[in-house]
Design a binder for this molecule. Structure first.
Ligand code: ATP
Ligand code: MG
Length: 602
């Protein structure tokens, strides 16, 4: 049995950090992120205040109706998770509803695979749209009718300039745009051409439908934006029924309106689109939701755009959308993140009106916090070094009681086999130990977790390579359980597994996907991929794990003592275990060593 927590060597076993990692304050969202961690009061934000005010004034008859509107052109990432938690979370808090709506207006980039993955991700986060699953494509007919209404009102026209010409005519931020020579076509001609566009009478790129607003507007979005383009492409839901497809700005506000959304929450880059959002709805005289913009999540050491993530997948930088290094929800899931940790992270980063960069350490902190409370502790050796305890009987096996989680006594204990031949971590032995080294070295005594004190009496080396292949040790039978009756000091405590009982496994260790905190910072002529971390994945074979891990399932999470948190990877099969490291523990030794090195330099 474990006697005192102080039995554990300072260097080897330590409590999880309770504070936010240092350095976090250097990133924007500055105080906000830090305060949210230390302040137990539930954070509030400007969108909540807007909704509360609207509820007070009965603006939408007391309704709260939000939506999460992904484009199914890739897998969702942690930024989307923020949006999901915000939209579904607000609906939940105010007794409202949140729709899941696929913004499937671009047939060439969208796929059913993405639709399914998005549904899985929203469910995994713990949210449900019930029967409110919609697709922008459900409204194509209605959107078409609305477009006809605008044409009839003289507020939309068919333009026959080419895409390049339209761009040229658009002007710049400092220069007004130029009106298209087709701008003043008659209503009849416009109706006829638009009908022809729909009927498939024209090839791609020959005509577009544009809103007739103001080519001199200071807001470029208001310079006669395109509403429809011709695209002879098959759509994942409507097949070949349509060969004109609505543009985002046209479709989005109308979908919101049709679904009677109250608060249409989107990211800041849509702020300049808001006048257009309002213009369409006002001109049509239909129900108008309120568009509210918030700052998108940016995270260090990663990229946050489906387009860029797709390139990483397609160009083989990662093993797929759900590669545990990816910031996708499916990647995080495979990595061992839990929905609780992702939601906690979304809460802590808060909702702001100003763009910011959040340190990825905060995300890691959230999962560590969660797993510290919930993950059972086990022992596994990643880089095994054989230890033979010379004075321990050959055929003896003892079952030692081990605590499953010191943070939660209700998680109980388990038995771990101990025998003459063990494995310890190669890193826990040094032939020439530096100062303050409390682990194994020739002549040094250490404690084996839950076991005995052992002393290294000899080192066996490979004759050819000189590599240490085995440690010969002795044990003190009076130290069972990890403490000695004479009270002698042993500071290092090592994890171990019994060689004859251990299970072999492959373990995958991950590091940041990008070397730089801001992967977009690149030399001229190269792109974000030049910052990909070539050592972001390390695969270890022949790791040895304690036998209780035979019961691991896809839902299990473990702390491998001293090494971090791990989960079973779906690549595992009956004959082959594969574990992913979700996140490390704090590595104090690395820190001490760094400090000592710095000390030497000074
Ligand atoms: P991406 O550039 O990654 O493809 P997107 O905005 O084009 O992102 P959508 O599928 O259109 O992707 O996004 C669905 C919803 O998620 C939108 O409301 C969008 O504002 C929100 N969203 C996307 N990225 C982020 C982010 N980084 N932080 C917060 N919300 C985001
Ligand atoms: Mg988009």
């Amino acid at each position: 049995m474990l006697k005192r927590s102080s039995d554990f060597g300072v260097l080897s076993y330590e409590k999880e950090p309770l504070k936010l990692p240092l350095g976090l304050a250097n990133f924007s969202e500055k105080g906000a992120a830090i305060m949210a961690v230390t302040d137990p009061a539930p954070p509030t934000h400007f969108i909540k205040r807007i909704i509360e005010e609207d509820l007070k004034t009965n603006k939408y008859d007391g309704r709260v109706m939000t939506r999460f509107p992904p484009e199914p052109n890739g897998y969702l990432h942690i930024g989307h998770a923020k949006s999901i938690c915000l939209n579904f979370g607000l609906a939940e808090s105010y007794g409202g509803f949140c729709n899941l709506r696929f913004d499937d207006t671009n047939p060439t980039k969208e796929e059913v695979e993405y639709v399914e993955s998005i549904k899985d991700d929203v469910h995994w986060l713990g949210f449900d749209w019930n029967d409110r699953l919609y697709y922008a494509s459900d409204y194509f007919e209605q959107l078409y009718d609305y477009a006809v209404q605008l044409i009839e009102k003289g507020k939309a026209y068919v333009d026959s300039l080419s895409a390049e010409e339209i761009k040229e005519y658009r002007g710049t931020l400092t220069e007004a745009g130029k009106e298209s020579p087709y701008r003043n076509r008659s209503i009849e001609e416009n109706l006829d051409l638009f009908r022809g566009m729909r009927a498939g009478e024209f090839p791609d790129g020959t005509h577009v439908l544009r809103a007739k607003i103001d080519m001199a507007s200071g807001n470029l979005n208001m310079r006669d934006p395109v509403m429809y383009r011709i695209l002879h492409a098959e759509h994942h839901r409507t097949g070949n029924e349509w060969c004109i497809y609505p543009m985002y700005d046209w479709a989005h506000g109308l979908c919101d309106s049709i679904e009677k959304i109250t608060h249409s929450i989107c990211t800041l880059e849509f702020e300049d689109h808001r006048p257009l959002y309002d213009w369409f709805l006002e001109e049509l005289g239909v129900y108008r939701p309120q568009q509210i913009e918030f700052a998108r999540l940016n995270l260090t050491h990663t990229v946050m755009s489906k387009r860029k993530l797709l390139r990483l997948v397609e160009e083989g930088y990662v093993r797929g959308w759900d590669d545990p290094r990816m910031p996708t929800i499916s990647g995080l899931r495979r990595r061992g993140y839990t929905p609780e940790a992702v939601k906690d992270f979304s809460e802590r980063i808060g909702v702001a009106k100003k763009d910011s960069m959040v340190d990825i350490k905060l995300l890691e902190w959230c999962i560590r916090e969660y797993l510290n409370k919930h993950a059972p502790r086990v022992m596994g050796v990643l880089r095994p070094l054989r230890v033979v305890i010379e004075n321990y009987p050959e055929d003896k096996v003892e079952e030692l009681e081990a605590i499953n989680n010191p943070e939660d006594p209700t998680m109980g204990t388990r038995m771990v086999p101990f025998s003459r031949v063990l494995y310890v971590e190669r890193d826990d032995f040094r032939e020439d130990p530096p100062k303050k080294w409390f682990r194994l070295a020739p002549g040094r005594e250490v404690r084996l977790r839950y076991g005995y004190y052992i002393t290294c009496v000899d080192v066996v080396k490979d004759k050819k390579t000189g590599e240490v292949v085995e440690l010969r040790c002795t044990y003190d039978p009076a130290t069972k359980g990890g403490w000695s009756p004479d009270g002698r000091k042993v500071r290092g405590t090592l994890h171990w597994v019994s060689a004859g009982h251990a299970m072999e496994a492959e373990v995958r260790l991950y590091d940041h996907l990008f070397l730089k905190p801001h992967p977009e910072e690149v030399e001229e002529g190269s792109d974000f991929k030049s910052n990909v971390n070539p050592a972001s994945l390390e695969i270890l074979h022949s790791c040895r794990l304690e036998p209780s891990l035979a019961g691991a399932t896809s839902k299990s999470r473990y702390q491998f003592e001293r090494l971090g948190y791990f989960c079973l990877d779906p690549d595992s099969s009956a004959g082959k275990l594969v574990f992913n490291r979700t996140v490390t523990l704090r590595d104090t030794w690395a820190k001490i060593e760094k400090k000592m090195k710095e000390g030497i330099k000074q």
